[in-house]
Design a binder for this molecule. Structure first.
Ligand SMILES: Cc1cc2nc3c(=O)[nH]c(=O)nc-3n(C[C@H](O)[C@H](O)[C@H](O)COP(=O)(O)O)c2cc1C
Length: 207
């Protein structure tokens, strides 16, 4: 099943957080780029701000990113809790790639100027816009057999990352989607989804 073939319901139901990943990909880098391009072109944004910027790091570039995070955290995390943090970071490092989700504040400022009545709302809608891109890619990657997990190590590595990949310093990093071919059995061994009762979370009127 792939992005082109899986129906929407299957894709939504299949998406999970998978942490046991490998440095392999079941699809080509060109296919990854194609999926990223579809997300950038077709995921909606508030007032059509198109404020999302994606930086995609594959293979050695991906490893370099997680090494930056690890170096920074090593200086902060107490030694007696390092084992847990280090293991977690090694897990991310042992994946194939990471998508960095940024929002460009210039796009937000332009809208605030154009629509001052919504000025205080645009930063929040920018977060929503980023989340829509995150979800679309997470779901799309999983339809291709890539496993993903979503991380939030910003803002610790922001400056070093901006300098390393020539990313404008003013872009705001929101999240990191780690992806790779799952280790054997990783998807199958996931626990059942922990789902609170639907009745508490869904109300339908007028049906
Ligand atoms: C907005 C959002 C933020 C999340 N942040 C993190 C995170 O920082 N680290 C992490 O390991 N998982 C993170 N997750 C993953 C959730 O914990 C996970 O999606 C949830 O427990 C449901 O499990 P599932 O993804 O396997 O369906 C995040 C998920 C969402 C939607």
């Amino acid at each position: 099943m792939s992005f082109d073939k899986m129906n929407f319901k299957e894709a939504v139901q299949n998406r999970r957080s998978i942490y046991q990943l490998t440095k392999k990909s079941p699809i080509s880098d060109d296919r990854i780029k194609e999926i990223l391009s579809t997300a950038v072109n077709d995921v909606p944004s508030s007032f059509n701000s198109q404020s999302t910027r994606l930086v995609v790091l594959l293979k050695e570039e991906h490893t370099k990113f997680w090494q930056i995070v690890m170096d920074i955290l090593k200086g902060i995390v107490p030694e007696d809790s390092w084992e847990h943090t280090g293991n977690r970071l090694n897990g991310f490092m042992n994946a194939y790639g990471t998508v960095l989700f940024y929002e460009d504040p210039a796009a937000i400022h332009a809208l605030q100027k154009q629509y001052p009545q919504y000025s205080d709302k645009f930063p929040q809608w920018s977060e929503h816009t980023s989340a829509m891109h995150q979800y679309a890619l997470w779901t799309a990657f999983e339809t291709e057999g890539l496993g993903c997990n979503l991380q939030h190590y910003n803002p610790l590595p922001d400056e070093k990352v901006a300098a390393t990949w020539e990313i404008p310093l003013e872009w705001s990093l929101k999240a990191q989607l780690v992806f790779g071919q799952p280790q054997e059995g990783a998807r199958e061994n996931l626990g059942k989804k922990n789902q609170k009762p639907l009745e508490e979370r869904l109300k339908v009127y007028g049906a």
